[in-house]
Design a protein around this ligand. Structure first.
Ligand code: NAD
Length: 293
């Protein structure tokens, strides 16, 4: 790939390793973050607009939609027509579409491409990107997806990447809870956890939560449960994504009772039950110590 000039805004847990991988692959990366952060091979700028100026592609990896909108309003005027704004943050579908409209009014391509794969995937360059935007935008982003990830799916028009991400994570939140409550029930029925895994992981109750990320320590492949439930994927990040799913469901009048219940359980876990900072699979010890409500 020809050397590209990239502006990278938001060099946190995810952004810093992603930007470092782009630099390692030969891109000229200029970064900006409001906090004191750094990424290997990345030159830091004084402002977001300065990082965006002269860039072929500006990538954002920010905490939420409100911040994304503010950053987009600042960087888009600094970007040239025909360049690409590639947002990899997880935000509401509505913010993704609003930013795409702002970009389009200036003749700038825009793709929303939230990721799956976490901090480990960001460091290893094995993220999965779920992309929404025009064909031209997706094609422009593709070589960068190849550097930062292992798979990119073009899901549809603006906001489609965010829609795919929150639907996936709504399923994940609900199946993790179902897996954890079933383990806790099995415990109380005197069923050995290994036997439970052996049966469910090869039966119709199987899921990614059970088979690939088993919440029971010492069982199944290596997972955060084997490391004292250190994240991994923190419970508060799951709560954020479940909140986005419920916001979206309300906006389009969709009935999502399991998603709503999963949101409420993770909200209680994070805000009232000491779940903050723990992996989202720490729902298992939570259920294991509870009685029927
Ligand atoms: P983070 O909080 O570590 O990083 C966000 C960075 O943005 C911080 O360094 C912060 O200082 C910076 N920032 C905030 N406001 C800014 C502004 N106005 N201008 C420039 N920089 C600003 O968060 P993260 O874990 O890197 O997550 C980033 C995004 O990726 C989030 O939307 C998150 O939901 C999503 N995500 C995270 C994970 C994960 O495992 N951490 C997995 C998938 C998706």
């Amino acid at each position: 790939m020809q050397t590209r000039k990239i502006g990278f805004i938001g060099l946190g847990n995810m952004g810093a390793p992603m930007a470092a991988n782009l630099a390692k692959a030969g891109c000229a990366v200029t970064g900006f973050d409001t906090a004191v952060t750094a990424a290997e091979g990345v030159t830091m700028a004084e402002t977001a607009a300065a990082a965006a100026k002269g860039a072929d592609v500006v990538i954002t990896m920010l905490p939420n939609g409100q911040i994304l909108r503010a950053v987009a309003a600042e960087v888009l005027p600094a970007m040239a027509e025909g360049t690409l704004l590639l947002d990899c943050s997880t935000v509401e579908v509505e913010s993704a579409r609003a930013v795409a409209d702002l970009a389009s009014a200036r003749g700038i391509l825009c793709v929303d491409a939230p990721v799956s794969g976490g901090i480990g995937g960001a460091a290893a360059g094995t993220l999965t990107f779920m992309a929404g935007g025009s064909e031209a935008g997706f094609r422009t982003a593709e070589p960068l997806f190849e550097i930062m990830g292992q798979k990119a799916v073009h899901c549809g028009g603006p906001g489609a990447g965010q829609a795919a991400k929150i639907c996936n994570n709504m399923i994940l939140g609900a199946t993790m809870i179902a897996t954890c409550e079933a383990f806790a029930l099995a415990d109380k029925l005197g069923l050995d956890r290994q036997k439970m895994f052996d049966v469910v992981s090869t039966s119709s109750g199987y899921s990614w939560s059970m088979n690939a990320y088993c919440p029971a320590p010492g069982i199944g492949p290596q997972s955060p449960a084997d490391n004292g439930y250190q994240p991994g994927f923190a419970a508060e990040l799951m709560l954020k994504d479940l909140g986005l799913s419920q916001q979206a469901a309300e906006a389009v009048d969709a009935d999502t009772p399991m998603g709503a219940r999963a949101f409420e359980l993770y909200r209680r876990f994070v805000e009232e039950e000491d779940g903050r900072g723990k992996d989202f699979s720490a729902m298992l010890p939570r259920f294991a110590t509870r009685r029927r409500e």
